[in-house]
Design a protein around this ligand. Structure first.
Ligand SMILES: Nc1ncnc2c1ncn2[C@@H]1O[C@H](COP(=O)(O)OP(=O)(O)O)[C@@H](O)[C@H]1O
Ligand SMILES: [Mg+2]
Length: 307
């Protein structure tokens, strides 16, 4: 399906993005063009498909035939909680793959990583260290888990940028009511043991089998959430062998060719918190001085273009 020997000059590479001003999206476009290929920005929310008994086409607003692309790199599919829209976007990505267009990361990897329950199952299968997590729609089970954890965090199963994450302390007298309200809001509760940590987490950028660099993300005073989008600050982190192995294996577990892997330092060692299969390259590139997006594009060409 992939042809690594195909000439990259004038190859047509789609870059799936939503925000034309996004640093990582622009870095991908620039690095594709540096290789002599054409970079075509694609916003999945603006694509159309046409199906008849004899034909199938996917095209953008300029009516460009996107099934003629040579490869696709996904920066960002866009946050959408509309079931029909999000499944249409993923079906488009799957159709590109079916048409023999290499898509990186693959829609399967992006879907695995975005799902904090399914990805934890994959991490467990890969024997990676993860904090104990209970997913339930039963208030009694939720209450019992929170008590057992002592301190828990509730997260959306499909969430990002630290949004919707709340800390629950089992000693709070109104815990049952709090959980009941959350359960009503969310329909299902994702509860995880809070990992006591030094007020920071570690974001490792992985491409293929290699951990390219890492940053500590130090959470703002008064917050336990260290995402840069929540006011966390980035500081270069020197990778240890343990960090490298965990990050590479976590990315591999979800099937990602490139990823941002979140690790947290517990008292007894590191835990994997999540894999982001549509990671920002900005924080690591600026803090470590390695253009991770260049390496991602290199990997895409190494994997090969459509035959
Ligand atoms: N179990 C936990 N214990 C302590 N802190 C956590 C835990 N889970 C998440 N956090 C904090 O919240 C941040 C966001 O959590 P994460 O699981 O990476 O979700 P998101 O997809 O929103 O980034 C982490 O970077 C970390 O700072
Ligand atoms: Mg995260």
């Amino acid at each position: 399906m992939h042809n690594p020997d195909k000439n990259t000059d004038n190859a047509n590479i789609g870059v799936v993005l939503t925000d034309p001003d996004d640093w990582t999206a622009n870095a991908f476009l620039t690095n594709v063009r540096k290789r002599g290929a054409n970079a075509i920005p694609i916003n999945l929310a603006t694509l159309s498909a046409s199906i008849s008994a004899s034909d199938f086409a996917i095209f953008d607003t300029d009516l460009k035939d996107l099934l003629a692309l040579d490869a696709i790199i996904v920066r960002d599919v866009g946050i959408s909680f509309d079931l029909e829209q999000i499944s249409f976007k993923f079906d488009l990505l799957r159709q590109f793959e079916t048409a023999n267009i290499p898509v990186m990361n693959s829609p399967t990897a992006i879907r695995n990583a975005a799902n904090k329950f399914f990805s934890f199952y994959l991490f467990k299968q890969a024997q990676l260290p993860i904090p104990h997590t209970v997913v339930t729609s039963d208030l009694g089970v939720a209450l019992k888990a929170t008590k057992e954890f002592g301190i828990a965090v509730a997260k959306p199963i499909f969430g990002s940028q630290g949004k919707g994450i709340v800390k629950l302390e089992s000693t709070q007298p109104d815990m049952k009511q709090k959980l009941a309200t959350l359960l009503k809001e969310r329909g299902v509760l994702y509860l995880q043991a809070f990992v006591p940590n030094p007020g920071r987490d570690i974001r490792v950028f992985v491409v293929g089998e290699e951990a390219l660099g890492a940053i500590y993300r130090i959470s703002q005073t008064g917050s336990f959430i260290s995402n840069l989008s929540q006011g966390g600050t980035a500081l270069k982190c020197d990778l240890t062998e343990e960090m490298r192995a965990l990050a590479v294996n976590a990315a591999k577990a979800v099937g990602a060719d490139f990823a941002g892997v979140d690790l947290i330092e517990g008292d007894e060692g590191l835990f994997v918190l999540e894999v982001n299969a549509t990671p920002s390259g900005k924080g690591i590139t600026l803090a470590c001085g390695i253009d991770v997006t260049e390496r991602v594009i290199e990997r895409m060409f190494e994997r090969g273009l459509r035959v």
